[in-house]
Structure formats: structure tokens, C-alpha cells
Write a protein that binds this ligand. Structure first.
Ligand code: DI6
Ligand code: FE
Length: 407
């Protein structure tokens, strides 16, 4: 039983429920083989001499090590950007007026449709690299700026290529129900037909998406349209998740729960009934504080109720060109603490073990034997620093399956 690698002299934030803050183990060792963790425990419990146990043995110099960070909600594949709208909004132009003048999501749709797959990949890779450089080893990427089959498929294929190119895990989500494309203007229900009758079955047939999402909101799709999308997804055997209750309470959280959603995301306006329904369904509540920040919202998601009812909370970047041009998951964790009053430990669980659950992944998010050897060595003296420092780059070494990916 020779392991591929063994790190000695570690401080592990395992995020397991071992009774210690952060699932901490000091004076620890971390071993792996074939991409999976074989040992994550006190060094004194190693079953032999280090050099007899592993092909490569190294001291981490008492570094803190966490599971690889997982960004469970991004829209990072898109072309162009909306810095011009940022300037307009700062001059007092309303978001709705920008959208009416052909800006907003529709302007990103135009740019994304016009871009070749290679251009889209080049632009999106830069953002994915930024996330990876500060500790992200797995991420979700949504479509939703193509809004016809060919362009949605192009986005999802580009998303998968990002994973292959960067050596990280990418989970894809079909978000055809993000906005109504210009060619269906004024015919929203025809577009929902198109989604359910043609696009979703074709996406499923080509195995392009791991899950299906919708933007359920007054300015987007109604609860009954969302229900149709979810029923179609269920019939095709695809998991669902939902942009729910971000700007108003349409009962999105409860609707997601009714379909056994992996997660419901945003949730600023979620009622206690919605929270209870999520608890029963086991759906994860994904906090997206950077969108809250960018839109200068003031209604906080019901965190105390999530805690009380035992709904696991994740934290994600929501990286998108309109409401969250954020290139750091760690920065989202900082905002989750400062704006939403999550504890640093909750935020770190939210970007590891709970984020994994929001993606339906059970083989990562913790440092424990049998989990994937996705881990990050950090330049910090305490894990709370991962949420405390704003900006900068604290990840020293980002490893996926035991292999360093950010050299
Ligand atoms: N919620 C949002 O806030 C964004 N999409 C979504 O579903 C906005 C995306 C954009 O403006 O491009
Ligand atoms: Fe989003």
C-alpha cells in the first residue's frame, strides 16, 4: 500500500464534524493515493514510517490546509462585459431603463451569441483561472446567455472545456429560463414551450448539463413557468436548482423544495414556510452576497431561520457580468460574514462541504479518508483569515486529486 503523496506537519481544517472548530486537527498528516485521501489524522497515528508509506513525502511547515474551495453558483461563461452599464448606473440611470434600451442580460446574450466557442473559452478561462488561483478546485457554470439551443450548447461545451483545460471539476447547469431572448419578445409562454419541448430534451440527450436552473422572479419567469421547466427536467432525470426569492417572495424556495432541488439560491425574500420546506427537502440555501452588494440590496436572507431549521448554507460568487462581477470566492466568503453575519467557519463550510452538497457531490468538500484529494495549502495563521483578508492571494498550493494545478 504505497501512497502517492504524504504531507507532514500540517494543520488541517477538515470541515468534518469532529467536535473541533473547523474540524481542526493539529500536528496532522495528509496522505493520498490515486487521487483520493488515504490519511487525514494526527501524524502520531500514521501506520508506519513516512518514507515507507508514500512515494513522495514533504513537510508542509505547519501550514493550514483546507479542502479545495467549491464555487457552487457561477455564470462565468459569457462574452464581453457590462462596465459601460456600471458607469451608467452610477450616473443614475435605472437598471430597468438600461434593459429597455437593449442593455442588461440581453446585451450579454448578443455578445455571447456573436462569439465563437474559442473566443468564449479564451475570455471565460481568465475568470476561471482567477478563481482557481485563490483556492477553487470545483465550480458550477450555468448557461443562460445563449437562449437558443445552439448557443446554450456552445456555452455548456465551453464550460466543460474549462474543466479539462484547468484540471478542475466543472459541473454544468442549463439555465435556458434566464431571460426571454429578443426573437421571443412579447411571447414569453412560447419561449417556455420552446424550452420544454425542444431545448431541454436536446440538452439532456447530448448530456450537456448536470442540472437545470431557472430565474423565478417578477422580472423573469413566473412560478408556474418554473414549474413547467422543473417537470420537464424531472421527466428527463435531471436535478434542479433555483434562483429564488432574490427580489421578491414568489414562493420560490418552497417550489424548489417541492421538486427536491439540490439548492435554492439568493433567498433574500424567503418566508419561514419556504425555509421549513427546504429543511424537509434537504435543499441547500446558497448565499450570494456579492449580488446583494452590487445591487445595494438591504433585505437580508433569513439566516437565523436557516440555522434554526438546520438548512445547510453554502456561499458562492454568482460570478456574472451584471450583478456580480466578482473574481474571488474568498471575497464572497468575506461578504457573507460582513454583510450577512455568517461566522467565518460557516462561510468556509459554505464554500466546501455545503457547496459540494449543493452540487450533489458527496466525494469532496472535507478532508477525510476516501474523499478526493482536492486541497489547498494557505498562507495564514488561522482559518478565520480566509474570510478576514479582502482581496490578495492567500493560496500557496492548489491541488486536485493530489496534483498541484496552479503552478
Ligand atoms: N440573477 C441575477 O442577478 C443575474 N442572473 C440571475 O439569474 C443577473 C445576470 C445578468 O445581469 O447578466
Ligand atoms: Fe445567479
Amino acid at each position: 500500500m504505497t501512497w502517492d503523496g504524504l504531507l507532514l506537519d500540517c494543520r488541517l481544517a477538515t470541515l468534518t464534524d469532529n467536535g473541533q472548530p473547523y474540524g481542526r486537527i493539529e500536528n496532522a498528516a495528509l496522505g493520498w493515493k490515486d487521487g483520493k485521501i488515504t490519511f487525514a489524522a494526527p501524524q502520531s497515528q500514521l501506520p508506519g514510517r513516512p518514507d515507507a508509506l508514500a512515494a513522495q513525502v514533504e513537510s508542509s511547515g505547519n501550514s493550514w490546509i483546507t479542502p479545495g474551495l467549491i464555487d457552487c453558483h457561477t455564470h462565468l461563461v459569457f462574452a464581453g462585459n457590462r462596465a459601460n452599464e456600471f458607469e451608467l448606473r452610477l450616473q443614475g440611470v435605472a437598471y430597468e431603463d438600461i434593459a429597455r434600451a437593449g442593455g442588461g442580460i440581453v446585451s450579454t446574450v448578443e455578445h455571447t451569441r456573436a462569439a465563437s466557442a474559442d473566443e468564449l473559452l479564451a475570455q471565460s478561462l481568465r475568470r476561471a483561472r482567477a478563481l482557481r488561483s485563490d483556492g477553487v478546485t470545483a465550480l458550477e457554470i450555468k448557461s443562460g446567455y445563449g437562449l437558443d439551443f445552439d448557443n446554450e450548447a456552445k456555452m455548456l461545451r465551453v464550460a466543460r472545456r474549462i474543466g479539462a483545460e484547468l484540471g478542475i471539476e466543472v459541473r454544468t447547469t442549463f439555465l435556458g429560463a434566464h431571460a426571454v431572448p429578443p426573437e421571443f419578445a412579447g411571447r414569453q409562454s412560447d419561449y417556455v414551450d420552446e424550452l420544454c419541448v425542444h431545448m431541454l430534451p436536446a440538452i439532456a440527450k447530448e448530456h450537456l448539463a448536470d442540472a437545470v436552473d431557472a430565474f423565478c422572479e417578477n422580472i423573469a419567469f413566473t412560478p408556474s413557468e418554473t414549474r413547467r421547466v422543473f417537470e420537464t427536467a424531472r421527466a428527463l432525470g435531471l436535478a434542479v436548482k433555483l434562483h429564488a426569492d432574490q427580489l421578491s417572495d414568489l414562493g420560490g424556495a418552497a417550489l424548489a423544495a417541492e421538486f427536491g432541488a439540490l439548492s435554492a439560491d439568493h433567498l433574500e425574500y424567503t418566508s419561514e414556510a419556504g425555509v421549513r420546506a427546504m429543511a424537509v427537502a434537504g435543499s441547500v440555501a446558497v448565499m450570494l452576497p456579492a449580488a446583494f452588494y452590487t445591487l445595494r440590496e438591504n433585505r437580508l436572507p433569513p439566516l437565523e431561520q436557516f440555522r434554526m431549521h438546520g438548512v445547510p448554507m453554502a456561499v458562492a460568487s454568482d460570478l456574472n457580468p451584471g450583478t456580480s462581477p466578482l473574481l474571488s470566492l474568498r471575497h464572497a466568503m468575506n461578504m457573507a460574514c460582513t454583510l450577512f453575519r455568517m461566522t467565518p467557519e460557516e462561510a468556509l463550510r459554505g464554500a466546501t462541504v455545503h457547496a459540494a452538497r449543493a452540487l450533489g457531490l458527496t466525494d469532496r468538500g472535507m478532508l477525510a479518508a476516501g474523499q478526493r484529494a482536492d486541497f489547498v495549502t494557505w498562507d495564514v495563521e488561522h482559518p478565520a483569515e480566509l474570510c478576514y483578508w479582502i482581496g490578495g492571494n492567500l493560496a500557496r498550493r492548489v491541488c486536485v486529486g493530489g496534483r498541484e494545478v496552479n503552478r
